[in-house]
Design a protein around this ligand. Structure first.
Ligand SMILES: *Cc1c(COP(=O)(O)O)cnc(C)c1O
Ligand code: SF4
Length: 336
């Protein structure tokens, strides 16, 4: 990284850990910050018991005050609607429990394995397919990490490790480096990928230390961030991504197609164009996983295909994400 890029990133860096720790965690507080009344208090309380609210203040600052239908708010605000899910919305919709050879590892697709670094997230997304996931059993505690690394070392067919969770960038750069160094010691692992919503939530998370780590020539690293709406993208995310690009690291985006958030052509176009302006390429647009509590976010396949067709007809191909769904038992994400 050039000294100029480093200076810019360093200079604009409040402590991301402080932002992460000081997130808004109460529905009442969130409503108050936006000047809103909570309409369905009882439903909200029950929903909160299932999956608590969590959202960094800087993300709240991107919401429109006084708008109960704000697309950013809808992704994080607890809602009574979460309590009425049809039966086909289950607690482990991807049957991930079946794809776990050892705790902390998910292996479903050839050549790639997912390592769950932590159960924590910078934000709690109401549509999350892991909202009922038994994290304590899967987050590698010291002994578990050994077991996961041992499994990876014994599987020469695994060439790419995806750090996931939870959100792997909620842990410190130092812990991340220790983990990555240990992965790098396994000969057949050549590619490293990080799936994280943190750089969107708290753009200062792309620290100079993280850029140095990912840009290390010993591994080919890719960062896949997660933004669903153009208004989620704010500076200094663009500067962090520029630093990564300079270090030879790709930044891609995966989004989830969500009713009332980004299920219009305008929203999808703005997202793709906004990502490109921030130096990020669209990778996947996911159909919602049928997880209990998220049914109100569902967009029918027919509508999803129509939207995707309109995107292809109006944007350059490199700005059109692949529309996919995860289907238990398949060897890759399925195109819808
Ligand atoms: C999504 C996913 C991957 C990565 O799939 P790509 O198509 O390579 O992005 C790998 N393993 C698991 C278990 C996944 O869910
Ligand atoms: S950041 Fe990712 S894993 Fe965490 S709650 Fe949101 S969607 Fe789920």
């Amino acid at each position: 990284m050039s000294s100029r890029t480093r200076a810019i990133i360093t200079q604009s860096r409040p402590d991301w850990q402080v932002q992460q720790a000081e997130a808004v965690t109460s529905p009442g507080e969130l409503a108050r910050l936006l000047g809103l009344d909570i309409a369905d208090l009882a439903g909200t309380r029950r929903a909160e018991e299932e999956f608590s609210l969590r959202v960094p203040g800087s993300f709240v600052a991107r919401m429109e005050p006084g708008n109960p239908h704000d697309p950013l708010l809808r992704q994080v605000m607890v809602s009574g609607e979460e309590m009425d899910s049809p039966a086909r919305f289950g607690r482990d919709p991807l049957e991930e429990s079946a794809a776990t050879p050892v705790p902390g590892i998910l292996h479903k697709y050839p050549g790639r394995a997912l390592l769950m670094v932590t159960g924590a997230c910078a934000v709690h997304c109401r549509y999350c397919f892991r909202r009922h996931f038994p994290y304590p059993e899967h987050t590698p505690a010291p002994g578990r990490l050994e077991q996961a690394l041992e499994w990876l070392a014994g599987r020469e067919d695994i060439v790419e490790v995806i750090l996931s969770g939870g959100d792997p960038l909620t842990v410190t750069d130092r812990r991340l480096r220790e983990l990555v160094e240990r992965l790098a010691a396994i000969d057949h692992i050549r590619r490293l990928r990080i799936h994280s919503r943190s750089p969107v939530m708290i753009p200062e998370r792309i620290t100079p230390e993280l850029v140095d780590l990912l840009g290390d020539a010993r591994w080919q690293a890719t960062l896949v961030v997660h933004a669903n709406h153009a208004r989620e993208l704010v500076s200094p995310l663009d500067r962090g991504v520029a630093g990564l690009r300079e270090a030879g690291v790709w930044t891609l985006n995966q989004a989830v197609l969500l009713a009332g958030v980004n299920d219009t052509l305008e929203a999808q176009q703005a997202l793709s164009l906004g990502l490109f302006e921030h130096g990020i390429l669209p990778y996947y647009l996911h159909q919602l996983d049928p997880v209990a509590g998220a049914a109100h976010f569902e967009v029918p396949d027919e509508r999803a295909r129509e939207l995707h067709g309109q995107l292809r007809a109006t944007l350059p191909g490199y700005l059109v994400p692949t529309l996919v769904r995860e289907t238990p038992g398949e060897s890759g994400k399925m195109q819808v």
